[in-house]
Ligand binder design. Structure first.
Ligand SMILES: Nc1nc2c(ncn2[C@@H]2O[C@H](COP(=O)(O)OP(=O)(O)O)[C@@H](O)[C@H]2O)c(=O)[nH]1
Ligand SMILES: Nc1ncnc2c1ncn2[C@@H]1O[C@H](COP(=O)(O)OP(=O)(O)O)[C@@H](O)[C@H]1O
Length: 223
C-alpha cells in the first residue's frame, strides 16, 4: 500500500453522481472532498468578490472563467497539502488541468459516464442544503422530512441551475470542455471510467479501485 498522499479527481457531467461518489469515498477512506461548485456557492452566499463575479455564470449554467476557479481551488489545495484529497468538479477544462499539473501529479482520475436522460431526471429531483452542500434526491436519497435537512432541520432548496433551461446549457458545455481533459488523463494511464445508471452499482467498483491506493477507514465496505 502506497504511503504517499492521494491526489484524485472525479470527472463527470452535471448529475453524474460526482458529489455522491466523492462523499462516499471521503467517508470510507477519510480523505478531503473538495467541490469547486460548493466553494463557488459558498462565495456567492457570502457575497465575496469571487461570489459576485461567479453568480452570473452559475445562474446561466456557464463555466466561470478559468483564472477565477483556478485561483479559488489553488487556495483551497494549499490548505490541504498534508492530506489525501479528492477533487469534485475541477478541473473542467484543459487550462484548469494544466494549472493542476503545475502543483501535483494525479494518482487517480475517476470518470463517471451516465446517460443524458438519467442526468436530466436526477437534476430535476435534486435538493441541497446550501450551508453544508449536503445533497438529496427525492427518489434516490430523500430527506427524512420533505424539504428539510436531516442534520440541521433547515430548509432545503433546489439549485437555480438545476432548472431545465440551465441544465440543457450545462450538459452541452460539459461535453466540449471535458473531452480534452478526459483525453489527457487517458493518455497518462490514470483514467478509470465507470458507466451505468445507478450509483449503487458503480460504487463497489470505485471502492475497490480506491482501496488499491489508500487504506479504508473501516474494514468493511461502506454502502
Ligand atoms: N435516482 C438516482 N439518483 C441519484 C443516483 N446517484 C446520485 N443521485 C442523485 O442525483 C443527483 C445528482 O448527483 P450528484 O452527486 O449531486 O451529481 P454531480 O452533479 O455529478 O455532483 C443528486 O440529487 C443525487 O442524490 C442514482 O443512482 N439514482
Ligand atoms: N471547474 C470549474 N470551472 C468553471 N466553472 C465551474 C467549475 N466548477 C464549478 N463551476 C461552476 O459552478 C456550477 C456548478 O458546479 P457543480 O456544483 O460542480 O455542479 P454539477 O456537478 O451539477 O455540474 C457550474 O455549472 C459552473 O458554473
Amino acid at each position: 500500500m502506497a504511503s504517499k498522499l492521494l491526489r484524485a479527481v472525479v470527472l463527470g457531467p452535471p448529475g453524474s453522481g460526482k458529489g455522491t461518489v466523492c462523499q462516499r469515498i471521503a467517508e470510507s477512506f477519510g480523505l478531503q472532498h473538495l467541490s469547486s461548485g460548493h466553494f463557488l456557492r459558498e462565495n456567492i452566499r457570502a457575497k465575496s468578490e469571487v461570489g459576485v463575479l461567479a453568480k452570473q455564470y452559475l445562474e446561466q449554467g456557464l463555466l466561470v472563467p478559468d483564472h477565477v476557479i483556478t485561483s479559488v481551488m489553488m487556495m483551497e489545495l494549499e490548505k490541504k497539502q498534508s492530506q489525501h484529497w479528492l477533487l469534485d468538479g475541477f478541473p473542467r477544462t484543459l487550462v484548469q488541468a494544466e494549472a493542476l499539473d503545475r502543483i501535483c501529479d494525479l494518482d487517480l482520475v475517476i470518470n463517471l459516464n451516465i446517460p443524458f436522460e438519467t442526468l436530466k431526471d436526477r437534476l430535476s429531483a435534486r435538493w441541497i442544503h446550501p450551508a453544508s452542500g449536503r445533497v438529496y434526491n427525492m427518489e434516490f436519497n430523500p430527506p427524512d422530512v420533505h424539504g428539510i435537512d436531516d442534520i440541521t432541520g433547515e430548509p432545503l432548496i433546489q439549485r437555480e441551475d438545476d432548472k431545465p433551461d440551465a441544465v440543457a446549457v450545462r450538459l452541452r458545455k460539459y461535453k466540449e470542455a471535458a473531452k480534452p481533459v478526459i483525453e489527457l488523463y487517458k493518455s497518462r494511464g490514470v483514467l478509470h471510467s465507470f458507466s451505468g445508471t445507478e450509483t449503487n452499482k458503480i460504487w463497489p467498483y470505485v471502492y475497490t479501485l480506491v482501496s488499491s491506493k489508500v487504506r479504508p477507514v473501516h474494514s468493511k465496505e461502506a454502502n
